[in-house]
Design a protein around this ligand. Structure first.
Ligand code: NAI
Length: 286
């Protein structure tokens, strides 16, 4: 039987989630995605109208199929968590079952089990503010959307994961080194995500025999990264300073994700794997 993957955080064809979905599809996996509710209508319309067809193309010439798109808002575990203004918001009111617990339940009903879980989402409302100017609310929102969302996904999906399964998230070097401009508590959120990767690897490894890793990715011009505002500078910095002086492609991260999700990586868990042209290992800008 082929593997089945659930990838949370795909809303266009520009980000890491899409690239990971593609490489998993190319390796033969069945693809389910979770798309942020406010972005869902436009994503599904674009998919239907063929706007992504060029980037759906797999190496064998066929187009990546997404078996099902689930509405998801990973900051809510169940409806009791969601405030009235979200429930009645017209972008949410047209959809149901978008909390983490409900999405896991729907996937279980639709497919029974999965083998691969990918968390490719982050949000920090105050990301453009320095940490010193970040509000408590903004900081906690960054942690909720970017770190706890992974704990919650794993908690709810691990019971549907087959033994030997793999969980992945995407992190950024700002967790361990100072990256001015990556503010709003996002650096803190990534540090939590990496620490949680180790603890979750232990807990989910013992309990469910699944693996938990995170990819520390280099800069990519995704929708989320463009919103931070300094992505071109980061790409140029990497080109100038990384051991490998080439632009990082989303596909490079997709390929590493496919490897980490495969039996080739059966003994790798609790790791932060750098896919960044080696930039993390430099100690001095050149
Ligand atoms: P992206 O814009 O393709 O992905 C972020 C996704 O998160 C979007 O689809 C957005 O709709 C979704 N999202 C936001 N809040 C959500 C919520 N509450 N519930 C469900 N979905 C939600 O951008 P990108 O850059 O590919 O981001 C994917 C991951 O890669 C993130 O964790 C990001 O921090 C990480 N990363 C990105 C780097 C970059 O340079 N682009 C570098 C290193 C890590």
């Amino acid at each position: 039987r082929g593997k089945r993957a659930f990838i949370a955080g795909v809303a266009d064809d520009q980000g890491y989630g899409w690239a990971i979905a593609k490489q998993l599809a190319a390796a033969g996996a069945e693809i389910l995605v979770g798309t942020w509710v406010p972005a869902l209508n436009i994503f599904e319309t674009s998919l239907r109208r063929g706007k992504f067809d060029a980037s759906r193309k797999l190496p064998n010439g066929s187009l990546m199929e997404i078996a099902k798109v689930y509405p998801l808002d990973a900051v809510f575990d169940n409806l009791d968590d969601a405030p009235e203004d979200i429930k009645t918001n017209k972008r949410y009111a047209g959809h149901t079952k978008w909390t983490v617990e409900e999405v896991a339940e729907s996937v279980k009903q639709d497919y029974g089990s999965i083998d691969i879980l990918v968390h490719s989402l982050a949000n920090g409302p105050e990301v453009t503010k320095p940490l010193l100017e970040t509000s408590r609310r903004g900081y906690l929102a960054a942690i909720s959307a970017s770190s706890y969302s992974y704990v919650s996904l794993l908690k709810n999906f691990a019971p549907l994961m087959n033994a030997g399964g793999s969980c992945l998230s995407l992190t950024y070097i700002a967790s361990e080194k100072i990256i001015p401009g990556y503010g709003g508590g996002m650096s803190s959120a990534k540090a939590a995500l990496e620490s949680d990767t180790r603890v979750l690897a232990y807990e989910a490894g013992r309990k469910h025999s699944i693996r938990v890793n995170t990819i520390s990715a280099g800069p990519l011009r995704s929708r989320a990264a463009k919103a931070i505002g300094f992505i071109d500078d980061m790409i140029n910095y990497s080109l100038a300073n990384a051991p490998l002086q080439k632009e990082l492609e989303a596909e490079d991260v997709g390929n590493a994700a496919a490897f980490l999700s495969s039996p080739l990586a059966a003994s790798i868990t609790g790791s932060v794997v750098y896919v960044d042209n080696g930039l993390h290992s430099m100690g001095l800008a050149t």
